[in-house]
Design a protein around this ligand. Sequence first.
Ligand code: HEM
Ligand code: FES
Length: 780
Amino acid sequence: MNSPSSAALGRCPIDHQALQRQLAPNGCPVSANAAAFNPFEPAYMQSPGDYLRWAREQEPVFWSPQLGYWVVTRYEDVKAVFRDNILFSPAIALEKITPAPPQVMEILQSYGFAMNRTMVNEDEPDHMERRRLLMDAFLPERLSTFEPMVRSLARQYMDRFVDKGRADLVREMFYEIPLNIALKFLGVPDEGAEQLRQFAVAHTLNTWGRPSPQEQLEIAHNVGRFWQTAQQILDDMRARPDGEGWMYETIRQHLAHPDVVPESYMRSMMMAILAAAHETTSNATANAFLTLLTQRKAWEDICANPALIPNAVEECLRVAGSIIAWRRIATDDAVVGGVRIPKGGKLLVVMASANFDPRHFENPDEVDVYREGAVEHLTFGYGAHQCMGKNIGRMQMRVFLEEFVRRLPHIRLVAGQQIDYLSNTSFRGPSELWVEWDPALNPGRSGSPTAASAEPFYIGPPAKDSIARTVVVRGKHEEGEGLCRIELADPRGGPLPAWSAGAHVDLIAGGFRRKYSLCGPADDRSLLQVVVQREGDGRGGSRHFCDTLEVGQALQLSGPKNLFKLDESARRFVLIAAGIGITPVMAMADRLKRIGKAYEIHYAGRSRRQMALLDRLEREHGGHLTLYVKAEGRRMDLPTVLAHVDGATRVYACGPDRLIDELENLSERWPEGVLHFEHFSADGSALDPAREHAFVAHLKDSDVDVLVPPDKTLLQALQSAGFDVPCDCNEGLCGTCEVAVVEGEVDHRDKVLTKSERAANQRMLACCSRAAGQKIILAL
Ligand code: HEM
Ligand code: FES
């Protein structure tokens, strides 16, 4: 008879004492959650973002005794690790994560297996020199020839099943097309391609999986065969080195620069890229369809407006990327997210967790095809090693979605199917994906299923202008003199996206696009509320929104996006607003009240008639509110308001320049991170080429020089050179386009950085600021 379990006796089944006895290599006790972390159990693959939620919240960098790795889960930490590829070397990216028994090594050796440095696991300076020599084929203009090829294949494959009413999309389309395209891109003949799937699975399990010692033996044979096949392909290609494709370019660069592109690189790369160039895209495509068909509203939105597809691709890469974690090794003692990592420590950086970090993404658990900044996901990695093939992957995913929303918008997932993933740390995609539909309802029966899109196809990240949802004006209310509160709702009565205090949206109507902070109760998903101040002498946007827009009318909205986030960990909050600056402050006050923090609101205005949201402020925050109404002879005295600010206080302010300037002067001796502010508007950020000088931006991580001519912003020059620097306001207001400065004086023209941040000379806003001299060095 079994003895009664400890759980049955009412005791916790986890041996906490045993866990406490486990120590991480930095001497800290290992927590129960960290000890239990096992990326080879199904829950990790089913939803890696959810699986690591506890870590993002409680222990963002932890030691995993089961893996022997430090696991990094928050967005900023993952990005910081990717950013520093000297301190965090990629050398272990392709190392076997499960140590192999000696027989496995013997089997591999019997095939001559000699996997070594490729691109993704090469250190500097060799890596960058090689990357630059081999980058050309990946540039958007070179890739444009592939789009018609992908589209034509997509149509041919769909023709085969479009009338059947049921298909496993992985087997019938998503595996083979990316494979075909990858072979074409590489210049590899497609005979023998059918073996590659089996090989790629073996390679994934061998490198990132945890097979049993017995399974390892079989896998090793397949990996060995894969290696030999790759070598045979390479040798055949080398026999006629004038062929077309990236591997031919590699062979030619090897002949011209054998020291930069050595033989061992070519041999290893041939095998690695045969898997990486298509598995990643096949999986990402299947993940995207699974995501969008599960979130039917998102699918319907892209069917109704296919211009959203490029952004939907990025959103799917964010929530369901095909590479969910990657590896680095610390080359020296390091600190990540406040945790000390000893030299030689191995890191598993989990992009799939970072992509769900609420500190970076507003409302991260929701799939939102309208999400601004979806492109900031880390699924392609970041920095010097960022995926070279990202635009090939994006482009194919986009074409597939475009073809499906046109020809089979009514497909649905076959109910009850089990979605299986290969057990490993890094590569994620369903092995099958069954969909069904009624062929009698195929739109092609009444229209033309193969009509070409008239829009030019743009290769690269999504264009910001296409990412907007339609909302309707549900209500308009005069809030005082020249102030109009606008309530916006979903046209179909559906929920609007969630948002957090400090977030803003862009309203787009009548040829105007303007940013407004959200101020309504954040828990009301049926309405978004903004207050617009009518500016008689402005450029007409505010007048349009206040006067022309009517209740019931539709307009476009992008966002919400939050660049003025509340650090809720502080003890006490001082909220300062002047004029219309009350709107984000109102949302912050609501939030602080809800979470029970100590806060005070200081609100200044010319007269009560010109101050917004007064009724609600007094009703809901009366005990915390001090008003400074100029017409009543009361002015805000900032030194008094800020008399008790200490390191545990956070000051959030929104108002005109003079208020922010005064605050900055007063805050000079405050600890870093106490003051946060948002300006109303930028002035003078427009570029006047006659008054500018050209300069060179040297991108240190990429070892590239970018010339910034007088008539271009740094941001424009970086984007033209293929760097996905995100931007939002384009006028120095929001902080989205920040880049890290390594050296060189900056001519700061933004409204985001504080005086001390400018003095530190470590950051600049690429959309408006420039180099003061002839050259600037950036960490990009
Ligand atoms: C590197 C993801 C498609 C070629 C990487 C890395 C990731 C990644 C995570 C490592 C980044 C780092 O260390 O910072 C993906 C995803 C794809 C995709 C999610 C599809 C959706 C492709 C394709 C190709 C490709 C189609 C080639 C045709 C490469 C290369 C590197 C790389 C050459 C090494 C870059 C370097 O180390 O400098 N990719 N990839 N990838 N990828 Fe991709
Ligand atoms: Fe907003 Fe540059 S894009 S500050």
